[in-house]
Ligand binder design. Structure first.
Ligand SMILES: *Cc1c(COP(=O)(O)O)cnc(C)c1O
Length: 392
């Protein structure tokens, strides 16, 4: 198929496997391409657009703030930053300080540094299949060899235990461990929900052995799983919690929420030029208020249950398992998913892979029931075709 914008093809690095479609406009859970064709967005920019596209409150906040003050370093105070910090500090009891940055990997990177700073220890215990970002520290905590291998040697003192293995965690957390770093639902790794006993063991081991519990909610946070934060499903009390993706309604922002056990902060020890900029903070205030006002966590819980149960009823021989929490859903096939994702795109549904064999659905939480029916119709018809691919 022809590339819609040859200049972009010519000047791109090639690190993204691009589809020959350009999205030029969005509204709620809908996207439109350069030819005016409409799609239902179950990708949401990799879980960013929880509020949907062009949410009026976010649009207004950005426009107003852009005309007033876009940039402003944290060396000075700012009205919008104060509002954003206050809201972020209320998300999780006990996490009352906030470090602001600009992406998920930066949030994880900061949390790793804060854990080392606070404990004076080097070690990080993460989980197999975990994904935490692409900068060298966060990459060292990421499991997938495909992302890691070209960049060895990575940061020392990182190790991975099987997700949900309490025994392995018991063996791994020792007097050199600064942090246990986990996702509550592994997103990139295939949509795997943690066992309550595993998370509880991680929290207890950290407390007993002087390590810090870092929860990466970059993908699960802000309503996605049916609670404001996914830790609420498990009554978990982490020491550090990472947010990004949807936190500022689509404007780049990352945040680390920080608890009382984390020590050692002093001027100059870490920082970010763009972190806490007034534009992103204004967008975050609007986004966080809209998520609460519209009850999006509850909506995600209800719509997620509906979507999960309908997908489970499909009983296609191609499907190995359907799993998820809220509107974070994985359909594991017995085949490689790439041709099925392509067929979904042809049917007007933009979905994501999670690994080679899982179709991942991360729609905006504002997706409507009629839109969900369209998605179900497309998934159903695509899974009826046995596309010509090898068994996974
Ligand atoms: C997307 C993601 C990241 C990385 O976020 P970026 O903004 O792409 O750097 C980190 N952790 C998790 C769990 C993610 O889903």
């Amino acid at each position: 198929m022809e590339m819609p914008y040859p200049a972009e093809a010519r000047h791109s690095t090639g690190i993204y496997a691009k589809h020959p479609i350009a999205f030029v406009r969005g509204q709620g859970a809908r996207l439109w391409d350069q030819a005016g064709r409409e799609y239902i967005d179950c990708m949401a920019g990799h879980g960013v657009a929880n509020l949907g596209h062009a949410h009026p409150a976010v649009v207004r906040a950005i426009a107003e703030q852009a005309g007033r003050l876009i940039t402003g370093h944290e060396a000075f105070y700012n009205d919008r930053r104060a509002e954003a910090m206050e809201r972020l500090a209320h998300l999780c009891p006990g996490l009352e300080r906030v470090y602001l940055c600009n992406s998920g990997t930066e949030a994880v990177e900061a949390a790793i540094k804060f854990a080392r700073l606070s404990t004076g220890r080097p070690g990080v215990v993460a989980a197999m299949r975990g994904f935490h970002g692409r900068t060298l520290g966060a990459l060292s905590a990421t499991w997938n060899r495909h992302y890691r291998d070209p960049f060895e040697p990575l940061v020392p003192a990182f190790q991975h235990v099987p997700f949900n293995s309490v025994d392995a965690l018991e063996r791994a957390v020792d007097p050199q461990t600064a942090a246990v770093l986990l996702e509550v639902v592994q997103g990139e790794g295939g949509v795997h929900v943690a066992d309550a006993v595993f998370l509880e063991a991680a929290q207890n081991l950290c407390r007993e052995r002087g390590a810090l519990l870092v929860i990466d909610e970059v993908q699960t946070g802000l309503g996605r799983t049916g609670k404001m934060l996914a830790v609420e499903h498990f009554g978990l009390a982490p020491d550090l919690l990472c947010l990004a993706k949807s936190v500022a309604g689509g404007v780049p922002m990352g945040a680390v929420l920080i608890g009382g056990r984390v020590q050692g902060f002093a001027p100059g020890v870490h920082g970010s030029t763009f972190g806490g900029n007034p534009l992103a903070c204004a967008a975050a205030v609007a986004a966080l208020d809209a998520i609460v006002a519209e009850g999006l966590p509850r909506q995600a819980a209800e719509k997620g249950l509906f979507l999960l149960s309908r997908l489970r009823q499909m009983e296609s021989p191609l499907v190995r398992e359907v799993r998820g929490l809220g509107l974070m859903i994985g359909i594991e096939l017995r085949r490689k998913v790439a041709p099925y994702l392509e067929a979904l795109l042809q049917a007007g549904v933009v979905a994501l892979p999670a690994g080679l064999t899982v179709i991942r659905l991360l729609p905006p939480l504002v997706i409507t029931y009629p839109e969900i029916e369209l998605v179900l119709g497309a998934v159903g018809s695509v899974l009826k075709e046995s596309l010509p691919v090898a068994e996974a």
